[in-house]
Design a protein around this ligand. Structure first.
Ligand code: ATP
Ligand code: MG
Length: 251
């Protein structure tokens, strides 16, 4: 039976020296949606991300990606299947230009099949594709600047462009708005909405107005467990959620 969930976890649990950072989580992310994972500091959100992208091995539980059990797989193998975390493979090289950064990401996806003498992988062809990606994230006018010279928000956009170079089916974003001002938040929100048009996005984000604005569905974690799930209206009016957020500075 075809599942309409790109990601499904069963009993996902991670212990650190006996401390359960993630406890029996059943997370289901529906295809084509923007799904937010929220919760107070220390709730286990980043640990969940690390489990799903295979940077951490769960203590117990299973992870299904498109119905396929990926629990025993390595990070680069799940990335190759299309499950990609922003900033995973896409470290930005500060002293390469913006264009060169995306070209490197494109070359990397070609892996051993990359031969610059083949017409389809010539520098000119790669540069065309790289410029396309830069346009998609709105940094094409910065193409020939060194990455280090970019304003902060534009650098995050470049990081997303290098992630998109892998053409992921599912994108995981851990706090994409961290450290950003209003203008950048609006620009990156628009960008996430656009890249989500033909993808699935799972996002950890503390900025609740961004979560309200972008998310189709929200899972609230607290103390490693799922506390609530639903639309923003549903979870934000849930007394248990309000209580979990009280005094955390994120409410
Ligand atoms: N490698 C580790 N070793 C021991 N404890 C860890 C480790 N990683 C995380 N923890 C603990 O697990 C809990 C969950 O951490 P996690 O980073 O997943 O929370 P989070 O929801 O992402 O929080 P934040 O909103 O602050 O980013 C915390 O109590 C944290 O101290
Ligand atoms: Mg975190």
């Amino acid at each position: 039976m075809a599942s309409d969930h790109v990601i499904e976890t069963e009993g996902l649990t991670k212990e650190f020296k006996g401390f359960r950072a993630v406890n029996n989580v059943r997370l289901r992310v529906a295809r084509g949606t923007i799904h937010a994972l929220i919760g107070p500091n220390g709730a286990g959100k980043t640990t969940c991300f690390n489990l799903i992208t295979k940077f951490l091995q769960p203590t117990t539980g299973r992870i299904l990606y498109n119905g396929r059990d990926i629990t025993a797989m390595k990070p680069h193998d799940v990335a190759r299947l299309g499950l990609v975390r922003s900033f995973q493979i896409s470290a930005v090289f500060p002293h390469l230009t913006v264009l060169e950064n995306v070209r490197v990401a494109l070359q990397r996806t070609l892996g051993t099949s990359y031969h610059f003498w083949k017409p389809e992988t010539s520098v000119a062809v790669l540069d065309d594709r790289a410029m396309d990606l830069l346009e998609q994230v709105g940094v094409e006018s910065y193409a020939h600047l060194q990455a280090v010279e970019l304003p902060y928000g534009r650098k995050r956009a470049l990081e997303i462009a290098t992630t998109l170079a892998l053409d992921p089916e599912m994108l995981l974003l851990d706090e994409p708005m961290a450290g950003m001002g209003r203008e950048d938040i609006r620009r990156i929100s628009d960008l996430i909405r656009r890249v989500a048009a033909n993808r699935t996005v799972l996002m950890v984000e503390h900025n609740l107005s961004v979560v309200a604005d972008l998310s189709d569905r929200i899972t609230v974690l607290a103390r490693g467990e799922i506390l609530a799930e639903g639309s923003y209206e549903e979870v934000s009016s849930n007394p248990a959620v309000v209580e979990a957020y009280m005094g955390t500075g994120h409410g």
